[in-house]
Design a protein around this ligand. Sequence first.
Ligand SMILES: Cc1cc2nc3c(=O)[nH]c(=O)nc-3n(C[C@H](O)[C@H](O)[C@H](O)COP(=O)(O)OP(=O)(O)OC[C@H]3O[C@@H](n4cnc5c(N)ncnc54)[C@H](O)[C@@H]3O)c2cc1C
Length: 393
Amino acid sequence: MDYGLSEEVRNLRGRMRRFIDEEVIPREVELLDRDADGRAVLEDLKMSAKAQKLWALGHPEEIGGGGLGFMPFVYLNEIIGRSEFGQVVVGSVSMQDSIMLHLYASPEQRERWLRPLVAGDIYPSVGLTEPEVAGSDPTLMQTTGRLEGDEWVINGHKWFTSGANRAAFTTVFCRTDPDAPRHLQFSSVIVPTDTPGYEIVRVIPVMGGEHGSHCEIRLNDVRVPRDNLLGPRGKGFVIAQQRLGPGRIFHCMRWLGQAQRAFELMCQRANRRFAHGSLLAEKGEIQRYVAESAAQIQACRLMTLDAARVMDGGGEARVEISLIKFYGAQMLHDVIDRAIQVHGALGLTADTPLERMYRDARGGRMYDGPDEVHRMVVARRLLKDCRNAPWAF
Ligand SMILES: Cc1cc2nc3c(=O)[nH]c(=O)nc-3n(C[C@H](O)[C@H](O)[C@H](O)COP(=O)(O)OP(=O)(O)OC[C@H]3O[C@@H](n4cnc5c(N)ncnc54)[C@H](O)[C@@H]3O)c2cc1C
């Protein structure tokens, strides 16, 4: 199926596929190494991506990106996702944050944060979730931001602030207007990670966490200039949603890349492994794994492209995005799980990427909203539509 892709996008996908498969995947084990050697490999690959004009393709041109449209980038992201390191080495790991900054940053904030972000010179992080309250209901957030003269004074406790340990700044979501209606109480403030009072308590040990990036942080009387407010005061939730919407589409396309790779590994193994008189590929049970995986991948791909199309057309795509978020996370889990099963004990070892992919995939059912919340969003909307339908009684 060619999805009506232009010649240009098809070529780009081909070049990206060669880069990811031939340069990035063979170096994944080296990239897992967090010391100087691993970082040198990362820098090498970033330079190679830049030299091949594969860098930051989805970011707008005016901020130093490749200016690729939303839909072409969605298609490309499936290829980037084949490697867990894909988005870092091609400069798209910060897309969610650069979209947010592009929409809301002041001219000064753009110069200081957005340009270096797109160039890959700095990394962002975002702090919504707090250990004391349910992250799936952000109206419960307890971190406060108080304006004192020309400064915001921020106090709070966050965790799962991914990448804070290497980030130049955290976009902190905090309660600035406790007397306003519930959804207008929160604002987003840019906090440089070297501000006095910004404390990384620990890098949290997490399954699938070789990269050690999910941080617990405390903000103790952190003071930043009033101008560090990102976007309008009290609009924190709108800003967070605009970051998360396209982000969920990017996640799902990336997950498709991971699932497709697991699928290929499963098929290769089934075609080689011999047991009980035939290759695994000839067993009905294994053929079922292959067929079910192919169906789930294709269903998820079409659903994700549909959500992207609605969003690209200016629609809110709330139902479509929630559908793919929980369906895509489950698809990813199921496909990797079957691939592991077909590999037998080998599938549990670090000799293939599958066990790492499996552990990483587990988080997908939680971050950017757990499955249950997305199912709730879908069901509530559809039930309401049904109540209001002309044929309802
Ligand atoms: C890998 C990873 C990276 C992350 N990165 C970041 C980050 O960079 N910045 C950040 O701020 N946060 C980040 N998070 C946190 C993530 O956004 C939260 O984990 C998520 O919002 C859920 O919040 P919680 O963990 O507090 O779970 P809770 O809100 O306590 O929910 C726990 C469980 O309760 C159930 N539940 C919740 N609501 C409902 C409901 N309405 N109906 C039925 N069941 C429900 C679900 O089973 C859910 O898993 C990350 C998480 C992970 C796993």
